[in-house]
Write a protein that binds this ligand. Structure first.
Ligand SMILES: [Zn+2]
Length: 268
């Protein structure tokens, strides 16, 4: 049984034919490609370059070649380590074009999996992987879920709203938060910038009880131009490249890059 709630009034949503309706009469139609648009005020959705269509296509091509499966597999192992019981409700927040969500769905096919992103374009692409996930266009500041209904929320490289995590997770619920360390993809930053800004990670710590936190460092080797360019295009760095540095891209044939991320499991 799904845990979807109306984004306007937070009453339960019930599927009636090709729509979802709440008791107050708010109605949301299922899109032809089988996703549900639960975003209010879509005009307010900012369109940042990382979510451009070009970036999404590059991301899909790169991820489906398995270069980041080590990240996916770590998230899967975290869920296996802490899960209790069956038929869990798992939300992949800010799921983008859905590669990781689809990976979770393959392993946890007895559970109910949701993938939510603010980009309609991204969610539309995600539906091509599988229709067996609740694909949702929605806002992380107003999650379309019932109070205390989710067992796990995974958040990979995405902004989260702590109040909404607290509201929607069960009392025994977990957040699996994946964030980039300063050295993540350092080789790409060296390629693109004259000077590299080192960001502190203090702003991305969440205010919940930390159960486990570890760094995952791994070197990946890309031996062809297409995959290397796709990796560049799925990062915001690509869109900041200066004219005088563009020639770097013309000669790019291979790339070794460092994955350096932090995986933190929080308990509510
Ligand atoms: Zn409603």
């Amino acid at each position: 049984m799904h845990k979807l709630a109306c984004p306007k009034c937070h009453e339960p949503l019930i599927q009636i034919g090709n729509s979802y309706k709440c008791v107050k009469g708010h109605c949301y139609d299922i899109a032809k490609s089988k996703y549900l648009n639960l975003l209010l005020n879509p005009d307010k959705a900012t369109n940042n370059p990382g979510d451009s269509k070009e970036s999404l296509i590059a991301r899909k091509a790169y991820l489906t070649n398995g270069y980041y499966d080590i990240i996916l597999n770590n998230v899967i192992d975290c869920i296996k380590r802490y899960r209790k019981g069956n038929k869990l409700n798992i939300l992949d927040l800010g799921c983008g074009e859905g590669y990781y969500t689809c990976g979770l769905n393959k392993v946890f096919n007895q559970d109910t999996i949701y993938g939510l992103d603010i980009s309609k374009e991204a969610i539309n692409m995600a539906t091509k992987y599988t229709k067996d996930v609740y694909w949702l266009v929605g806002n992380s500041k107003n999650l379309p879920f019932l109070n205390h209904s989710l067992d796990f929320i995974t958040a990979l490289f995405t902004v989260v709203n702590q109040d909404e995590l607290k509201r929607t997770l069960k009392n025994e619920g977990y957040i699996i938060h994946v964030t980039a360390n300063p050295n993540h993809l350092i080789e790409i930053k060296e390629l693109i910038y004259d000077k590299i800004k080192v960001k502190s990670d203090k702003y991305i710590r969440l205010d919940f009880e930390t159960i486990e936190s570890y760094d995952l460092v791994h070197l990946i080797h890309i031996d062809n131009r297409e995959d290397a360019l796709n990796l560049l295009k799925m990062t915001p760095h690509y869109y900041h490249i200066k004219k005088e540095r563009r020639n770097v891209l013309d000669t790019l044939e291979k790339l070794s890059v460092t994955i350096d991320i932090k995986i933190t499991i929080y308990h509510i």
